[in-house]
Design a protein around this ligand. Structure first.
Ligand code: ZN
Length: 633
């Protein structure tokens, strides 16, 4: 069918045809994203009958691979999707960026405002001691263009949409912080030291008191009115109770059983009389008394009393909570890091994914049922998150595969079937004239071996460590910058230590092109034991154009499938070995050579122009809405 539609399309356009007319004005354009949905898996499971709704859409509409961005990272790709622009124009190049004044890695999706104890942001008080976050995405998303031309748009949980754009209805996605101002900090209460504590959430060591009760505090954001950082707390007690435990948090008591998520608990961190910062958490009892292990989720911004604007209009968050109940507001609520650190069970983690998926479905159903937006869009990230954490269950060559549980082996097939079910439910809510687009931002590959790119740069003489230091410390703590010409940071980037740009830069601008070429020539085709670890290395000067291209890494590394930058590389560390087995549950990835991880595109209609890449979706959607004709050049 794909070939047929493609051939038909070429025939149509060769005849000078511009394709089918835009749908009638009452028809809607509905766009569903499944983050990280991979064409190889999708085709395998369409062909064996596991994904009947996708297979039917391929048969009756249009299906193709969708080229992603370089690098193929979700924030980069969704920002390109939204704006139709390349990263040089929208300014998002990687999950992480670096501050050239001190080489410190920073979250690239949002930027921290200068620290302020109360930040006034769009009329809201955001009391976060570390400052508040705003988007770094530049450019105009197509939903904003649509609204400017009189169409109403509802956009739900698209990555890199925080703070929300001023449209008819938006719920921000990836980028919304928790109440601590982080991208998700969980808390573990333990009565004995636990592994991974130094590299996970907050681990609170507590004692069981005389009555068999743990009596402690749960720590929230800093007091907004105090000049010295003073965390606000609410009381927390945990009492063993037969086969479960009773948790009392900020006055709310509820019973927990091992392996069951609690309902949402509303906590209010009070200050200055009646004023309070409102948050919501869920609890999960990992192990019971006599050695309890209690997990508390990151403190979500309470949708019923949001301390910062996470929706447009601001009242939409509370309205939605009234309709569908409390929901996760954190931008990345699927706690991959807790599972990776062994601080959450596989079953508990998958149960949480079921919850976020159900929330996403409920809000989409509500949005489609309102019939007040011509453009309705939502991104479901669960396909991506489950693929990251459970690729070890479907790749016999992954070092962890022999140890994976039945649950782990079934997780990715399960989330794809769930995506298919969601698709079927959406289709059932559409009218015949409505146009449906389903896409992913990139595909997926195994992450079997981790490349310590800063070690390679050191071995090649580009990165130098201080005398006696081995380079393993993160944040470039061991680096002798005055003798270093290049460094790796983020998931795909290499930066030249450029004079006049980096704080201690030593490479003259006129020498940079030759240095980039030399690094590229040596790195391209880097061999591991039996295979190639790096497919290609790209010069950013050839990839990006636009006002932000100066912020990009100088080289973008296209790892071969099976490989990725090590976590230490992303944060500026250089472990002693060059390439290591990846022995963590985070076992699938896509931050590699973009040619190896295209996404998928399904449409319920034949597109009027060839769709080359994810950058072509914004113009396509505006054409469907008829808004492209109103665009001023
Ligand atoms: Zn991902």
């Amino acid at each position: 069918m794909r070939t047929f539609v493609g051939a038909m399309f070429i025939a149509l356009c060769a005849a000078g045809c511009t394709g089918p007319p835009a749908p009638p004005a009452h028809a809607r354009v509905v766009v569903i994203g499944f983050d990280g949905m991979d064409p190889t898996l999708t085709e395998r499971w369409m062909d064996d009958g596991s994904l009947p709704h996708f297979a039917a859409l391929r048969e009756n509409g249009h299906y193709q691979h969708l080229a992603t961005t370089n690098p193929p990272q979700s924030p980069v790709a969704w920002a390109t999707f939204a704006t139709g622009a390349n990263p040089g124009a929208h300014g998002i190049f990687d999950f992480l960026r670096r501050d050239p004044s001190d080489y410190a890695p920073d979250f690239s999706i949002a930027q921290t405002q200068p620290p302020a104890h109360v930040l006034h942001l769009f009329g809201w008080q955001l009391p976060l001691s570390g400052g508040a976050t705003t988007t770094r995405r530049d450019g105009t998303p197509f939903w904003t263009t649509a609204e400017r031309h009189g169409d109403h748009a509802t956009v739900l949980r698209v990555p890199v949409t925080y703070p929300p754009d001023d449209i008819t209805r938006m719920l921000s996605g990836m980028g919304v912080p928790d109440l601590l101002g982080t991208q998700g900090t969980y808390t573990i209460y333990a009565t004995r030291p636990i592994a991974g504590a130094e590299n996970g959430g907050r681990v609170e060591l507590v004692e069981i008191g005389d009555e068999g009760i743990i009596n402690t505090q749960f720590t929230g954001p800093d007091h907004p009115l105090k000049t010295q950082a003073t965390p606000m707390t609410v009381p927390l007690t945990l009492r063993g109770d037969g086969d479960g435990a009773t948790l009392t948090l900020d006055g709310h008591s509820l019973r927990l059983t091992v392996g069951q998520w609690s309902p949402w608990i509303h906590v209010r961190f009070r200050y200055a009389g009646f004023a309070a910062v409102a948050g919501t958490v869920r609890a999960y009892l990992l192990e019971n008394f006599p050695r309890p292990l209690l997990y508390i989720s990151p403190i979500n911004i309470d949708p019923t009393d949001p301390v910062a604007a996470i929706t447009a209009p601001p009242s939409y968050a509370a309205d939605l909570a009234k309709t569908i109940g409390d929901f996760h507001t954190l931008g990345m609520p699927e706690e991959t890091w807790a599972l990776n650190q062994g601080h959450m069970s596989e079953q508990g983690w998958l149960d949480m994914v079921k919850t976020t998926l159900a929330e996403g479905e409920a809000m989409l159903r509500d949005a489609l049922g309102k019939h007040d937006s011509r453009l309705v869009m939502e991104v479901f990230v669960q396909t991506d998150r489950v693929s990251h954490m459970f690729w070890r269950g479907i790749d016999p060559e992954h070092p962890l595969y022999p140890k994976t549980s039945e649950l782990a082996r079934g997780a990715i097939p399960w989330i794809y079937r769930e995506a298919d079910r969601v698709l079927g439910d959406v289709q059932a809510q559409l009218a015949p004239d409505d146009r449906l687009i389903v896409l992913s931002d990139h595909g997926f590959a195994s992450f079997r071996r981790a490349v310590n790119l800063n070690r390679w740069l050191a071995e090649q003489g580009y990165l130098t460590f201080k005398p006696g230091a081995d380079g393993s410390a993160p944040l470039f703590a061991h680096v002798d910058w005055l003798h270093s010409r290049a460094y790796a940071l983020g998931l795909n980037g290499i930066f030249i230590n450029l004079k006049g740009r980096e704080a201690q830069g030593i490479v003259d601008a006129r020498d940079a092109p030759a240095l980039k070429k030399e690094v590229t020539d040596r790195l391209r085709g880097l061999r591991d034991v039996e295979s190639r670890a790096i497919d290609d290395v790209f010069d950013a000067a050839t990839l990006y154009t636009g006002p932000h291209s100066g912020d990009s890494p100088d080289l973008v590394v296209g790892y071969a499938p099976g490989y990725r930058a090590s976590w230490q590389t992303t944060l500026g560390g250089a472990p002693k070995t060059l390439i290591d087995d990846n022995l963590q549950p985070w076992s699938g990835d896509h931050c590699i050579d973009p040619a190896a991880v295209p996404g998928v595109l399904f449409t319920s209609f034949a597109p009027d122009e060839p769709i080359g890449s994810i950058a072509d979706l914004a113009p396509l959607i505006l054409r469907l809405l008829g808004d492209d004709k109103k665009l001023t050049p």
